[in-house]
Design a protein around this ligand. Structure first.
Ligand code: SAH
Ligand code: DHB
Ligand code: MG
Length: 225
């Protein structure tokens, strides 16, 4: 058992549950042609993000870490008319590819790609009155995960959802000796969640074509809870 089988199972379910998606095929092709690394969420994970955005009746979504816009497009497709997604990206090349992909997907009027290091652009978001968000997807540089989570919490509506990608890292997260800044970022986030009374969170481990990893999903307390 291993990645080959996980990938085969992923293909089996994707083949039956996910409709053919020529636009997304184009988006991934454009990202790869531009030389972006293929670290976007998988189609089944994208579908999960779409479902979560729908369940949440999201009208405003924040993403930290755009890459070529693949997850942003999944999320933006869940929005109703008038909905909006803001996605933060530090790499000018990725931002450019993402803007083109968003346009290709017919979502240029919904998605705004903001260029800059997220710890610089998040305070500007707040200053610009861009809140609250119904859902935030955190998927940028992992060492800053705790800071991104604090921002997501600050910008979230009561009852908002915060999803954090790549928190298991092939199981490295439980290696107490690890000095990998990404692992340390994930561990600091878990410790923060342990202390944080305003969220109910869980981590779901995942296997598939991207290996062994996982998501943390955190529900921000609502008005009466
Ligand atoms: N969410 C995307 C994948 C994002 S990959 C998808 O699933 O389709 C992580 C992205 O975070 C990369 O594009 C990287 O350039 C970006 N990133 C890294 N450090 C960042 C920072 N400090 N601020 C904003 N984006 C950053
Ligand atoms: C990496 C980043 C991601 O967001 C991801 O989903 C997979 C890998 C990385 O930086 O290697
Ligand atoms: Mg990721």
């Amino acid at each position: 058992m291993g990645k080959r089988l996980w990938t085969e199972v992923e293909r089996y379910f994707d083949g039956l549950l996910l409709p053919a998606d020529p636009v997304m095929d184009e988006v991934l092709k454009a990202s790869s042609s531009a030389g972006l690394s293929p670290i976007n969420v998988t189609p089944s994970q994208g579908r999960l993000l779409w479902i979560l955005a729908r369940v949440q009746s999201s009208r405003r979504i924040l993403e930290i870490g755009t890459l070529g816009g693949y997850s942003a497009i999944w999320l933006a497709r869940a929005l109703p008319a008038g909905g909006r997604l803001i996605t933060l990206e530090a790499d000018p090349k990725a931002a450019k590819v993402a803007r083109a992909n968003v346009k290709l997907a017919g979502l240029a009027h919904v998605v705004e790609v903001r260029l800059g290091a997220a710890l610089d652009t998040l305070p500007k978001l707040e200053a610009g009155g861009e809140r609250p968000f119904d859902l935030t997807f955190i998927d940028a540089d992992k060492p800053n995960n705790p800071e991104y989570f604090e921002w997501a919490l600050k910008l979230s509506r009561p009852g908002g959802l915060i999803v954090v990608d790549n928190v298991v890292r092939e199981g490295e997260v439980v290696d107490r000796a690890s000095r990998d800044p990404s692992v340390l970022g994930v561990r600091r986030l878990a410790e923060l969640l342990h202390e944080e009374g305003r969220v109910s969170a869980t981590t779901i481990q995942t296997v598939g074509s991207k290996g062994y990893d996982g998501f943390t999903i955190a529900l921000v307390a609502g008005d009466g809870t």
